[in-house]
Design a protein around this ligand. Structure first.
Ligand code: HEM
Length: 240
């Protein structure tokens, strides 16, 4: 095995470790942060079942965003659908044999890469052309969109224009997953795609992409609107 393969195998393990530990550490921090006051966004559900239903609507349909900004909702929702499709189609690299429940999705062309890339371009442009959004946009907002666009672009190039050997890719990925490393396919665009994905994994826990885990800990969404039914007393307000 050559030095490039060895480097990328080590890089992959480091990146995945940073991602998993970083992600869990952030989630742990969210879970430990006190939220003693009832600050539900009203009108809100009054029961736990209602809170679950509200979270399903938020996570599955981005309901609050839908009611606050339809244009950003459209871009964001299609982008996340495209991402989900892309990731489901990638599952075949990680399983041997690919489970039938996942294999069927790779049997047809869904243009997932384009469904992911087009709204990313749209969201990037929106930040530049809408005054209010331009004003509050940070360099990291553009940076994450740019990173995702580069991942999508190199993926699309690998799939349609500068083909790599999928069998070699699968052997390489399975080698990492099963701790019996195999050589990296020596195709420049694929190597670029893989490098950018590893950088994304490393950056993820430190970035706003943590909204993927943080949404579940958002007190305005995960609390029941029940201050008329239940008396809420902060632990430190209780007289000893
Ligand atoms: C270890 C992780 C990954 C590996 C080994 C990998 C590898 C590949 C390969 C080999 C292709 C070409 C597919 C084909 O010819 O059918 C591809 C396409 C693509 N990849 Fe990845 N990828 C990884 C992670 C990701 C991630 C995390 C994203 C998104 C954030 C992504 C986005 C894409 C996109 C958009 C395409 C275009 C093809 C499509 O429409 O499905 N990849 N990737």
């Amino acid at each position: 095995m050559n030095g490039i393969s060895l480097f990328y195998i080590a890089f992959a393990y480091v990146a995945v470790a940073i991602f998993i530990i970083g992600f869990l550490a952030r989630v742990w921090k969210y879970a430990k942060t006190p939220s003693p006051l009832n600050i539900t966004l009203t009108p809100g559900p009054t029961s736990t079942t209602g809170v679950v239903y509200r979270m399903v609507q938020e996570v599955g349909f981005f309901k609050s965003l839908f009611y606050s900004n339809r244009i950003i909702w459209l871009g964001g929702y299609i982008m996340h659908l495209g991402l989900a499709l892309v990731l489901i189609k990638h599952f075949r690299f990680f399983f041997t044999p690919a489970p039938a429940s996942l294999a069927w999705i790779t049997t047809f062309e869904a243009y997932a890469g384009f469904i992911f890339l087009a709204p990313l371009l749209f969201l990037f442009a929106l930040r530049l052309i809408t005054d209010r959004t331009y004003y509050i946009s940070l360099i990291t907002d553009y940076g994450i969109l740019a990173l995702l666009m580069l991942i999508a672009a190199t993926g699309i190039l690998t799939k349609y224009y500068v083909r790599t050997d999928i069998i070699d890719v699968k052997a390489f990925v399975m080698g990492i997953v099963s701790f019996s490393p195999a050589a990296m396919p020596m195709d420049f665009i694929f190597i670029l795609h893989f490098t950018l994905v590893m950088l994304l994994l490393i950056y993820f826990p430190f970035s706003k992409l943590m909204h993927a885990g943080g949404i579940f800990f958002s007190p305005t969404r995960n609390q029941a609107d029940d201050p008329r039914e239940v008396r809420h007393v902060t632990p430190w307000a209780v007289k000893g």
